[in-house]
Design a binder for this molecule. Structure first.
Ligand SMILES: NC(=O)c1ccc[n+]([C@@H]2O[C@H](COP(=O)([O-])OP(=O)(O)OC[C@H]3O[C@@H](n4cnc5c(N)ncnc54)[C@H](OP(=O)(O)O)[C@@H]3O)[C@@H](O)[C@H]2O)c1
Length: 274
């Protein structure tokens, strides 16, 4: 088994999260999803990232069952979708997630996007924590002003912020704020959602280390201390994406990555409408 999959980072509540997980956005085809998740679990992945809106909780439950992996050895993240961010709806969404995943606790539950109802959604997450339905709670796509507002109004501090973060969107303002406030940073879209193969600086580093551009992005994020959740519907790529412990980027390489043109591939958290 690849040792890198056992590496964990500690939350501000003392619990730990495996630094590498499997992303599952757009994994909806039943056979494809089963194959991808089973390949990941067989390879030793311990951490799966999903969300209500991905519509794949039930397939994930089936893949876990068919893999014969013990639930307590896994770390499962899900997220409350925007349509359910009012207090009562968020409470219902949490129960639905537990039911669909066939689990009696969620390791990490996030607010998916900072909707206008984010503070009442957070209250529902805090209560789910009190009730033992979730072990840790956090946010996703929060900008610095959203985080400041939450820190001023919460009873329980978020453990993590999952944000768009890759060589073409290094998001340093949010990263620095999270690090200063003991909130772990989790990268989504680490491989620039498949666009990493078009970036000259990454092509250069891929050649230098005889690795793929995807592996350069993942190694970069790992070295900077971010949690990564690469997604692939192809078992062979699920395995390739963790072959990143046999090389190390130098400071010069990281500086070169720092010069890459910055551009979002996902929605702007200050201006989304869904
Ligand atoms: N919180 C949020 O708002 C949010 C938003 C987006 C994503 N996420 C989470 O973060 C995870 C990762 O983000 P993402 O899926 O958007 O982007 P990503 O992991 O950067 O990239 C996934 C894309 O890269 C391709 N790919 C994967 N491995 C590859 C490889 N070795 N070689 C070539 N292509 C490869 C995949 O295609 P194939 O499937 O065809 O291999 C897919 O098109 C998601 O799955 C989800 O769990 C969260």
């Amino acid at each position: 088994m690849n040792k890198i999959l056992n590496k964990t980072l500690k939350f501000n509540n003392g619990l730990e999260i495996p630094q590498i997980g499997l992303g599952t956005y757009e994994l909806v085809d039943e056979q494809e999803t089963l194959a991808s998740i089973k390949a990941a679990l067989k390879a030793g992945y311990k951490h799966i990232d999903t969300a209500s809106i991905y519509n794949n909780h039930k397939i994930i439950a089936q893949a876990i069952k068919e893999s014969g992996v013990e639930r307590k050895t896994l770390f499962i993240t899900s997220k409350v979708w925007n349509s359910h961010s009012k207090y009562e709806q968020a409470k219902q969404a949490i129960d639905e997630i537990l039911k669909e995943l066939e689990i009696d606790y969620i390791d990490l539950l996030l607010i998916h996007w900072p909707t206008e109802d984010r503070l009442e959604c957070w209250k529902a997450l805090e209560e789910a924590l009190d009730q033992g339905k979730v072990k840790s709670i956090g946010v996703s796509n929060f900008q610095v002003h959203h985080l400041k507002e939450l820190l001023e109004n919460c009873r329980v501090k978020p453990v993590i912020n999952q944000i768009e973060l890759h060589p073409a969107l290094q998001n340093l303002e949010v990263v620095k704020f999270c690090q200063a406030n003991d909130i772990l940073v989790e990268s989504w879209g680490t491989m620039i959602r498949g666009k990493c193969f078009e970036v000259d600086e990454l092509k250069l580093l891929a050649k230098k280390y005889n690795k793929s551009e995807a592996q350069i992005c993942l190694r970069w994020a790992l070295q900077l201390g971010y949690i990564i959740i690469p997604k692939s519907s192809k078992p062979v790529r699920v395995i390739d994406n963790i072959q990143i412990e046999d090389f190390e980027l130098t400071n010069e390489d990281i500086q070169l990555i720092g010069t890459i043109k910055q551009q979002r591939v996902g929605p702007d958290p200050d201006n989304f409408d869904f």
